[in-house]
Design a binder for this molecule. Structure first.
Ligand SMILES: Cc1cc2nc3c(=O)[nH]c(=O)nc-3n(C[C@H](O)[C@H](O)[C@H](O)COP(=O)(O)OP(=O)(O)OC[C@H]3O[C@@H](n4cnc5c(N)ncnc54)[C@H](O)[C@@H]3O)c2cc1C
Length: 335
């Protein structure tokens, strides 16, 4: 059995942000991820400048060694199938990154012990400590495994079937391969009911095209309608016809997950924290990862649930009064 101070399940932006702060404070943290890194993650890869600030990164520093970081200063928006209106901001309002590069960079930089290619299947409490896969143990466990995080399942004691999640699919291809000229503005195509949107997002030599909307029942019909719009642009047709990859995530204010247990916290998508208007999930993942690390450090080795309640207070303050963790149903909202 390998012993750590903190076990973090999931090496996305939430897990690596948490791990970096814990490691800097001298705790022995390990990140366990089912995948080998670099790994891709279905995502448009659109981050706001605050993400870089929280990560203590400049665009130049991140962009070294050829990593893609595309400044976005304009958005073109409109209803799907109608002409788009361009808004120029005169400053950088977003960056386009590739998750394949971004997550790998953050994870390696975290300095945590890495256990990659290890799917967490079994998580249980053994006295004062958590045991994972009968191989790793620690008094503190952080669930950073995204929407289907196994730690979330243990804390909430439920399956994720009844949750109303955002479903989203995307495809990312080199612009040249797709026969696409480089673009400088990001395009957003809203559904007529304003409960989802499609995007065309430029990232250096790559282009990401995708669609997300809330709720399961009408998702595929809306997705097909958006793909038909994409197919009408000859330059985008190769992307429309390629295989898209998808995932689900929860918007803040709608999650019914319990985010705290004795010696355990959920962060990022595992907690269900994405922005209910834009769907932005990377910023809340990084923010909650940092808040969790600060809470763990503040608990000074005594990780009973009451000592971790400060995390819930901070999450509530940051993500709005509607955010709740007690069991209950979820409502749909526009995104
Ligand atoms: C199509 C799509 C487009 C999106 N576009 C954007 C965007 O442009 N901007 C934005 O801000 N947000 C976007 N999001 C949301 C964003 O991707 C997530 O909110 C964000 O990745 C959450 O980070 P995380 O660290 O919580 O989880 P993740 O990034 O999902 O990382 C979780 C990690 O846990 C690992 N894991 C899972 N289960 C296990 C297990 N059992 N054992 C071990 N490891 C496990 C996974 O391999 C993964 O590496 C998008 C989402 C989708 C689906």
């Amino acid at each position: 059995m390998q012993l750590f101070d903190v076990l973090i399940v999931g090496g996305g932006p939430a897990g690596s942000s948490c791990a970096r702060t814990l490691g800097a404070a001298g705790l022995k943290a390990a990140v366990i991820d089912a995948r080998e890194f670099p790994r891709d993650k279905p995502c448009a890869g659109w981050i706001t400048p605050r993400v870089l600030e929280l990560l203590e990164l400049t665009p130049d520093e991140y962009g070294r060694h050829g990593r893609v970081i595309q400044p976005i200063t304009a958005f073109r928006t409109g209803l799907a199938g109608t002409p788009l209106v361009e808004t120029r901001y005169g400053r950088v309002v977003s960056y386009g990154i590739r998750r394949l590069e971004f997550d790998d960079f953050l994870l390696r930089r975290s300095g945590a012990g890495l256990v990659l290619g290890e799917r967490v299947e079994r998580v249980w409490r053994d006295g004062e400590r958590w045991v994972v896969n009968e191989r790793f143990a620690a008094p503190m466990l952080v669930g950073a495994g995204g929407h289907f995080c196994p730690v979330a399942r243990v804390l909430s004691k439920h399956t994720f079937r009844h949750e109303t999640a955002v479903l989203a699919q995307e495809i990312e291809l080199p612009a040249n391969q797709a026969g696409i000229r480089q673009r400088h503005a990001a395009d957003l195509f809203f559904c007529p009911e304003l409960n989802g949107y499609g995007w065309v997002f430029p990232k250096g030599d790559y282009l990401n095209v995708g669609f997300g909307s809330i709720g399961h029942s009408t998702f595929h019909a809306r997705l097909d309608a958006f793909r038909a719009v994409v197919r009408r642009h000859p330059e985008l047709r190769p992307l429309a016809n390629a295989k898209w990859h998808g995932h689900a995530y929860l918007l803040s204010g709608l999650s019914s997950r319990e985010i705290i247990g004795d010696g355990a916290l959920l962060v990022g998508d595992a907690a269900g924290l994405a922005n209910p208007l834009s769907g932005e999930g990377i910023l809340p993942a990084v923010e909650s990862g940092l808040m969790a690390a600060e809470t763990i450090l503040g608990a000074e080795g005594v990780y009973e649930r009451a000592r971790l309640e400060n995390y819930r207070r901070r999450i509530r303050r940051r993500y709005g009064v509607g955010w709740r963790s007690a069991a209950g149903g979820s409502r749909a909202v526009c995104c």
